[in-house]
Each structure stands twice: as structure tokens, then as C-alpha cells.
Design a protein around this ligand. Structure first.
Ligand SMILES: [Zn+2]
Length: 325
């Protein structure tokens, strides 16, 4: 793996290499952006570059020296990774990290401390990290990674140089699959720009059957009566994962439709498609707030049926003409 193999994150890599080549590496970076788009990979490459015995062209880790190999395999003593234990990163983990941070490098030039999912730092842990960032040990680089900068204290954010990571395009995801010799078994629109998500979904052996089933359900929805809709929901609601995958497939279907509508000559999207997407988003929200799954799904399918039949429009004032939960 090399920087040029990383897809879709040119801006982040440019910023990092720029700081490296001008010898202005910060003592703390914050890699922020969606989950599963390459933050950890880029952090590892950067740690390798900082410690590589003979970087290629002065800006790519060689991947063959002892240091590069140990970092790849996770056995380099100067590379410390902190990740959530359970639901959070705790103060005890920060204390252990702090102790190691102040030792001299064992064999590398720069000690690299990676904090994954930094949004899960407890407030005590974040405070403890802040103290180290305020007076960083020598030859030590911190790389904090997060999907959600809003959950990090401003005091921590202000101590780090931000490096933005972005969603991947479907083409980038397809390229990464090809790079890894993997077969793409899902419509990439389902991955919503995250390679991590694409890999997880691709692993689900029953997913392609489910996609077909949801497609069939949508096709039949127009002519479905309440009885068909209720029995469909009865099948669905037993399995939480099935519900969430079905919702994702439905959302992907309408997102795809929206893109096709925008790109066709004349370029206007059908407000019914927007409305369908809005209904699906609402359901996601209701289910997360512990609403009655069966009721929520029944209302969704009835609303989608009405949309498919062209019986339900979208009013710009935000009020819809159909049934509400
Ligand atoms: Zn090397």
C-alpha cells in the first residue's frame, strides 16, 4: 500500500505530504470524515513515512525496511493505537498511553499515537488528552480520527491541525474492490460513499436476494391492498437487521431514481421521489426513538404505495397530503 493507492482522499494526502516535505509536521492532526473511507490507512502510511529507513522519492514509505514492515503488522513499539474499549475511550486508557508517550522512541524516529474514534473519548479522557496536547512530548505525533468533530471538545480540536476526509465515489469504491481482488456483489449506491460499509454489506450473503425481494415488493406495491402490506410488514419486523437493510435498499432505490431524474434532459426531479426519501428518513428516526416498528413500517409502505400510485404529492409548505404517524 502506498499513498497513491489510496482512493478519493487526494486533499488529505496533499496536506500531509505538504507538511512532511516542508518539514512542518504538526504535533497533532485530526483526521475527520465519514467512517470507512481510509483514515486509518492514511494514518498508518504517514506513520511509516515518518519512520521509513529509505522512503521512495522521499515521500512514499518503502514498505520493505524493518520499520515499514513492523508498522504494517502492528508490531512497531513506537506506534501506539488507542481505540474504544466497549462504548468509550476511558481515562485509564489515556493514562496508559500517556506513560508510553513520554518514553523515548525505542527504535523509530517519531512516536505516533493514533486515537481512533476520538468522538468516543469520555470527558475525563478528553481532558487528560488535552493536557498532553498542550505540552506534547518530543518527537511524538498524535493522530486523532473521528467521524464526528461535534462530539470533541473545542479545546482538543483547537490543538490539532484538521485533515478532511471525504465520501468516496462509486468509482473509487469499485477501484478498491478491484485492487483487493474482490467481487462486487451489491449495488454500490448502498455503500453511500463508505468503503467500510461497502465491505460489510458485500459480505452479507443474503443481501442480493434481499435486494431482489425489495425490488419485487416495490414493483408490486402499487397494486397492494392493506392485507398484502400488513403481511409484508409481519415478515419484516421480526428481524431488526432485516428492517434496517430493507430501509437502506429502499433509500438507495429512491436516491438512484432522484439522480436519474436530475440527469435526464430537462433535469428536474420528481417531487414524489423526494417525498419517498423523506418518508424513509422519518422512519429511520422513529425507529431510533423506539416507536412501534410494525406501525411505523405499515405507515411507510402505505405512504410509498400512495406515492407510487401518484396519489400523494409534495407541498412546498412541508405539509403532506397523506397519512401521518
Ligand atoms: Zn520503509
Amino acid at each position: 500500500m502506498a499513498f497513491y493507492d489510496v482512493k478519493g482522499q487526494d486533499r488529505a494526502i496533499e496536506l500531509l505530504l505538504g507538511s512532511f516535505l516542508s518539514q512542518r509536521v504538526s504535533h497533532a492532526y485530526l483526521f475527520y470524515g465519514p467512517e470507512g473511507v481510509g483514515k486509518h490507512k492514511v494514518a498508518t502510511l504517514f506513520a511509516q513515512l515518518l519512520n521509513c529507513e529509505h522512503p521512495l522519492d522521499g515521500k512514499e514509505p518503502c514498505q520493505t525496511c524493518g520499520s515499514c514492515r513492523k508498522i504494517s503488522s502492528g508490531s512497531h513499539p513506537d506506534i501506539i493505537t488507542v481505540k474504544p474499549e466497549g462504548a468509550s475511550i476511558k481515562i485509564a486508557q489515556m493514562r496508559m498511553m500517556q506513560e508510553r508517550a513520554f518514553y523515548k522512541c525505542y527504535e523509530g524516529r517519531i512516536k505516533v499515537i493514533m486515537v481512533e474514534e476520538a468522538q468516543l473519548l469520555t470527558s475525563e479522557a478528553a481532558n487528560s488528552l488535552l493536557k498532553i496536547l498542550e505540552e506534547p512530548p518530543r518527537d511524538t505525533l498524535f493522530i486523532l480520527m473521528t467521524q464526528d468533530t461535534r462530539k470533541l471538545p473545542l479545546t482538543v480540536l483547537s490543538r490539532c491541525q484538521g485533515i478532511p476526509f471525504t465520501w468516496l465515489s462509486d468509482d473509487d469504491i469499485a477501484d478498491i474492490f478491484a485492487q483487493q481482488g474482490l467481487e462486487v456483489r451489491i449495488p454500490l449506491v448502498l455503500a453511500q460513499g463508505s468503503m467500510g460499509k461497502a465491505l460489510v454489506l458485500n459480505e452479507k450473503t443474503k443481501l442480493s436476494a434481499l435486494i431482489q425481494e425489495v425490488g419485487k415488493m416495490l414493483a408490486e406495491l402499487k397494486n397492494s391492498g392493506y392485507h398484502e402490506i400488513f403481511s409484508q410488514v409481519e415478515k419484516l419486523e421480526k428481524d431488526k437487521e432485516l428492517v434496517s437493510l430493507t430501509l437502506e435498499i429502499l433509500a438507495a432505490h429512491y436516491r438512484d431514481q432522484l439522480i436519474r431524474e436530475i440527469n435526464r434532459p430537462g433535469g428536474q426531479n420528481d417531487t414524489a421521489t423526494l417525498f419517498a426519501l423523506e418518508e424513509i428518513t422519518k422512519v429511520d428516526y422513529y425507529l431510533k426513538s423506539n416507536a412501534n416498528t410494525r406501525l411505523v413500517l405499515e405507515v411507510l409502505l402505505i405512504n410509498l404505495r400512495n406515492i407510487e400510485r401518484g396519489e400523494r404529492g409534495y407541498n412546498p409548505d412541508g405539509k403532506s397530503s397523506g397519512s401521518q404517524i
